[in-house]
Design a protein around this ligand. Structure first.
Ligand code: SF4
Length: 150
């Protein structure tokens, strides 16, 4: 089974950024980078998504939204932090209302550094997120099997 044996359904949210990384996320969907050739589907519905792509740092206003979107996504799910702001707070780290990177609110599976993160790196992060999903799916299957045998 490969990392892309299923189409990764991606939900994108900007926690608080300069929008530089958001533009690069959009670039991934253009014919130039064509993330769709790898089966990547961009969805606005957290209940249909299995990869949460977050750009920007998390601040007082956005942290609740990040948490709610994450909670609405079904299991298994993977989180990809895109850009140094999402990874650690980046250039906004010391702002009075900034809490830090995405992992201060929800667990992050893949970190994509860069300012801005390059489209190639973002697509690589999504594929790595898809690999994490495969591992989580396999673990869930193992747990179900051991419960049904007992
Ligand atoms: S990492 Fe750079 S480009 Fe991306 S949101 Fe932060 S400041 Fe903007």
């Amino acid at each position: 089974m490969t990392a892309t044996s299923r189409s990764p359904w991606v939900l994108h949210y900007d926690g608080s950024s300069c929008n530089g990384c958001d533009i690069e996320v959009l670039a991934c969907l253009t014919p130039v980078y064509d993330a769709e050739r790898l089966g990547v589907i961009n969805t606005g519905d957290p209940k249909q998504a299995d990869i949460f792509l977050v750009t920007g740092s998390v601040n007082e206003q956005s942290k609740g939204v990040v948490r709610r979107l994450y909670d609405m996504m079904p299991e298994p799910k993977a989180v990809v932090a895109v850009g140094i702001c999402a990874c650690s707070g980046g250039v906004f780290r010391d702002c009075y209302n900034v809490q830090g990177g995405v992992d201060t609110v929800i667990p992050v599976d893949v970190y994509v550094p860069g300012c801005a993160a390059r489209p190639e790196s973002i697509i690589d992060g999504i594929i790595r997120g898809a690999a994490v999903l495969e591992e989580k799916r396999a673990r869930m299957r193992d747990v179900k099997c051991s419960v049904s045998k007992s």
